[in-house]
Write a protein that binds this ligand. Sequence first.
Ligand code: NAD
Length: 271
Amino acid sequence: MLDLTGKAAIVTGAGSVGPGWGNGKAAAVLFARQGAAVFCIDNNPDAVAETVGIIASEGGRAVAHTADVTRSDDVKAAIEAAVAEFGRLDIMVNNVGGSAPGSAESMSEEVWDRQFDINLRSVFLGCKHALPHLRQQETSAIVNIASIAALRMSGDRPHIAYSASKMGVIGLSKSVAMEQARKGVRCNVVVPGLMNTPLVENRLLRQLGANDAATLIAKRDAQVPTGKMGTGWDVAHAVLFLASDEARYITGTEIIVDGGMSAMMPGAGAA
Ligand SMILES: NC(=O)c1ccc[n+]([C@@H]2O[C@H](COP(=O)([O-])OP(=O)(O)OC[C@H]3O[C@@H](n4cnc5c(N)ncnc54)[C@H](O)[C@@H]3O)[C@@H](O)[C@H]2O)c1
């Protein structure tokens, strides 16, 4: 089940913004454990080297590559380097993204543009430059990462560009899925909810003006119907499934990984 032996995968944002397991880092390590050769892309050379070190220490095959996935030349060169290294490309995971707070009135145009670059342009470029290589295989898969922020909005803490660009990831992915449906390339989305990744302590603590990580984590846990945030591994397992041959009849859709959050009635608790 979920065997990736013989396949070559690219994961963008394969490092983590701090100690622990981000979604891309967990996906890269999980892919390698399932037998894939993994080309790990990140704009932080130390972060991606750590992920590749973990894979190598477990006997897996991985290559670290530094690139900014908002830049077309970087993405094209990275994907060509992956194909030169592994001789093929079967799986493309466009994982880079991140949120910035702000409403239609408070957000600057510069932040809006940067949010669209990191969350949506990066996914567009990943698809654009990977597709000619993915199509060389009989079957191949793209998995893009969105966010529950695309599906449920907060009036008191808006992230207008994050919500809009992540909704864009869902629309883009359905479009790619239809373009490629008869050409053997599937394209799907994983939609994470509140996850306890290194992002919480490294960016959200500052962004939300919270006093300490433990209080912020407890507050985020309490918002989830199951009572706990998910982890990078929960996202990684959904990514693995969508990337695997077991998902061969699945394209143009989303798997929501949110502990039930998007199913909950506003203001209601979980039993
Ligand atoms: N963590 C969460 O709670 C959460 C929730 C919903 C959705 N997501 C989504 O999951 C994805 C991964 O989130 P995460 O928190 O695991 O990631 P993260 O913030 O830990 O970042 C992963 C890596 O991406 C790299 N990166 C950032 N910008 C880059 C760029 N321009 N080019 C190349 N690499 C770049 C960073 O250096 C980092 O190593 C994102 O798309 C995010 O929006 C996360």
